[in-house]
Design a protein around this ligand. Structure first.
Ligand code: NAD
Length: 295
């Protein structure tokens, strides 16, 4: 019987597990606070940002909501980041991507105080992750790690195949899977658009994490059986009735071969949101010196 890993349920457990820590921090005078900065007119980005605010509100995390004119010079964004870095009441800073073409994304990421970099994309935090001493684990791969743990998937010694090598998903995912710690110790292969014979790599996999952004590219006949399949992909595809969201995995055929599988939607997506809250609470705890137990 294939286990369907319910991301909504695990994400709810994470949120519930954060509340005591948030209350403890607030009682000791530090209300965790996430600031978001939006500098585009993209409706999807606006929706993501408003969901992040709603998620924070539900667990008692304060928020700042900053919107900048996409036509404004890059310096307006840098000044905003500098102000948020200096603001003792702000613990986490998230600059929503994409940015306008005239703003250098890497320069923005470098500008955020690494101690407030709850996305985990600052080069210092990337370096710490690679060195095995992470401060903030990037939200999506961290969420995948929590899903694997919730489904009692043993990563130690497993053959893990990550499909995708982006800075926000594929690379940090692979780094987490090879860490010498719980949820790591996997023998990890990273596949990408230039990989020769992806199917051979997938056939050897005990765990597949799909993050390529190609709808339904991984099908059941590519898996050897008893595989744990985590589908990070979120792709909008046209249907007869309009459109729908699908993953990078062909769910129906992969389910026949998987021992456990995540659906889309309702798998990794809710975990990414929950782990942003997790990182914000960690940032507030680190900054205030008030210890909290993180779920
Ligand atoms: P990206 O476009 O930055 O990277 C995609 C990666 O997949 C690249 O490294 C590329 O080499 C690889 N790739 C592309 N085609 C491939 C192929 N045919 N075979 C093997 N590898 C291939 O994308 P991303 O930002 O990493 O996101 C990947 C997917 O995950 C997207 O669908 C995105 O929407 C989704 N996503 C979901 C969440 C979530 O919370 N669930 C978070 C971030 C991204």
């Amino acid at each position: 019987m294939t286990e369907i890993i319910d991301g909504n349920e695990v994400a709810q457990e994470i949120r519930d597990g954060l509340v005591a820590g948030i209350d403890g921090l607030t009682d000791s005078g530090t209300t965790p606070c996430l600031a978001t900065v939006l500098m585009n007119n993209d409706p999807a980005s606006q929706t993501y940002v408003s969901m992040k605010h709603k998620d924070c509100e539900e667990v008692g995390i304060a928020t700042r909501d900053i919107e900048l004119d996409p036509e404004a010079p890059a310096s307006a964004l840098f000044d905003t980041v500098d102000e948020l870095n200096a603001d003792p009441e702000v613990h986490g800073i998230l600059v929503q991507m994409p940015l306008p073409d005239h703003v250098d994304e890497r320069e923005v990421l470098r500008r955020i105080d690494p101690a407030k970099d709850v996305d985990g994309f600052h080069p210092e935090n990337v370096g710490r992750l690679v060195a095995g001493n992470p401060r903030f684990k990037p939200c999506t791969p961290h969420g995948v790690q929590k899903l694997l743990a919730a489904a009692d998937v043993e990563t130690e010694g497993a053959n893990a195949v990550v499909v995708g090598r982006s800075n926000i998903v594929g690379k940090p995912m692979a780094n987490l899977l090879i860490q010498k710690s719980d949820g790591g110790n996997a023998t990890t292969t990273v596949c990408h658009s230039r990989t020769d014979d992806l199917e051979a790599k997938l056939r050897d996999a005990d765990i597949v994490v799909a993050a390529a952004g190609v709808p339904g590219m991984i099908t059941g006949n590519m898996l050897s059986g008893d595989t744990v399949v985590i589908d990070v992909g979120i792709n909008r595809v046209e249907t007869d009735d309009g459109s729908e969201l699908v993953g990078d995995v062909d769910f129906e055929s992969a389910k026949q071969k998987a021992s456990a599988i995540t659906p889309v939607p309702g798998g990794v997506g809710p975990m990414t949101r929950a782990m942003l809250l997790w990182n914000t609470v960690k940032a507030a705890s680190d900054e205030s010196g008030v210890d909290v137990e993180l779920p």
